[in-house]
Design a protein around this ligand. Structure first.
Ligand SMILES: C[S@@+](CC[C@H](N)C(=O)[O-])C[C@H]1O[C@@H](n2cnc3c(N)ncnc32)[C@H](O)[C@@H]1O
Length: 340
């Protein structure tokens, strides 16, 4: 049971990622047009993607203006953990390190900062952002991808590493953000394959379009839409990937049933996401900033498994990266298959 309405969750998430994307667009010299209220999402179709501009809201790393000292630390803590109220010294560092980074045991100095940049967004320090991309993706995965694009990852894992993509396959990325995983997938499926990225946040789609132009991949297409009602035909996709997004949905059952619908029989799910390793408390679940930061809305491993089963999937495997994380949540690799 969600503590917040569908509208409140969607607004918090859209504002959060819209802010991040707009700051990147502005930093890249893209002129923002007038903002028509909150980030419009799909229903804001009248607002062209190119016409979106800033709304402020932080959390997972977008606070580039506040990129100093305590302010950054608060943003980081809000991002990666429920402990936003404990935004001081060691406590914050524990929350940050616990976040989505695999190295919770190495919570000191530079290493902590790498973990902080983790979760759902890098801070403005380019070196830190790069460090996070480098931690999620090895050089082989990234290849010659533009480092500035890799730095825009807001993921918590590397779905490409587990996707086992083949030339000619059709891939759908749920919540494609700035597009990194789509671009990496596009190389593996080749000219005969296709990659579709779906995202609900207009300025994120604009950022992805800018990156697509830079990358020049002809087999990648970004679509505006919701995970709960995918703008994709039934039985059309070989592989679903996603990186730190399903936890953000107010209705995971709908997301997984849509995922099942669009996959062809025999198709597979290869997702990175946050999972709770224990039952979260009511307080942990009701923190909207933490929801937008990829923690509060996460499912437990058992709930995720049940929902995948209810949607019809088989061969379900959920493997947390840090199963002993004292914060009680972890990034995880999630695999499943739609039966033939
Ligand atoms: C944490 S970011 C991850 C982006 C990307 N997967 C990555 O690894 O960098 C979450 C993204 O999912 C999108 N998103 C969140 N909930 C969504 C939903 N219900 N439907 C469509 N997009 C959603 C957000 O707009 C944002 O771009």
């Amino acid at each position: 049971m969600n503590a917040h309405s569908k509208e409140a969750i969607r607004e918090a998430v859209t504002k959060h990622y819209g802010t991040f994307a707009r700051k990147q667009l502005e930093a890249g010299g893209v002129e923002g047009a007038a903002e028509g209220g909150a980030e419009g999402g799909v229903e804001g179709a009248a607002e062209s993607a190119a016409g979106k501009a800033g709304k402020a809201a932080a959390c997972c790393g977008p606070d580039t203006d506040a990129a100093t000292g305590t302010q950054v630390h608060q943003a980081e803590a809000a991002c990666c953990g429920p402990d936003t109220g404990a935004a001081t010294g060691t406590q914050v560092h524990q929350a940050e390190a616990a976040c989505c980074g695999p190295d919770t045991g190495a919570a000191t100095g530079t290493q902590v900062h790498q973990a902080e940049a983790a979760c759902c967004g890098p801070d403005t320090d380019a070196a830190t952002a790069q460090a996070w991309a480098d931690r999620l993706y090895d050089d082989k995965d990234l290849g010659d991808i533009d480092g500035a694009i890799a730095d825009l990852t807001l993921g918590c894992g590397n779905p490409i590493a587990i996707a086992e993509l083949n030339p000619g396959e059709t891939v759908l990325d749920l919540g494609s953000g700035a597009g990194l995983d789509c671009f990496l997938a596009s190389r593996q499926v080749g000219a005969g394959g296709k990659v579709i990225g779906v995202d609900m946040t207009d300025s994120m789609l604009e950022l992805a379009a800018r990156n697509l132009e830079k990358v020049g991949a002809r087999n990648v297409e970004f679509r505006r839409g919701y995970l709960e009602d995918l703008p994709v035909a039934s039985d059309a996709v070989d592989v679903i990937i996603s990186n730190c997004v399903i936890n953000l949905s107010f209705d995971k059952g709908a997301v997984l049933s849509e995922t099942f619908r669009v996959l062809r029989p025999g198709g597979r799910v290869r997702v990175s996401d946050i999972v709770w390793l224990r039952e979260p408390t009511a307080g942990e679940q009701s923190d909207l900033a933490s929801w937008a930061g990829c923690v509060a809305g996460a499912l437990t491993v058992a709930d995720f498994t049940n929902k995948l089963e209810e949607a019809g999937f088989t061969g379900i495997e959920i493997t947390p990266a840090t199963p002993e994380n004292p914060q009680g949540f972890s990034s995880a690799s999630i695999s499943a298959r739609k039966p033939w």
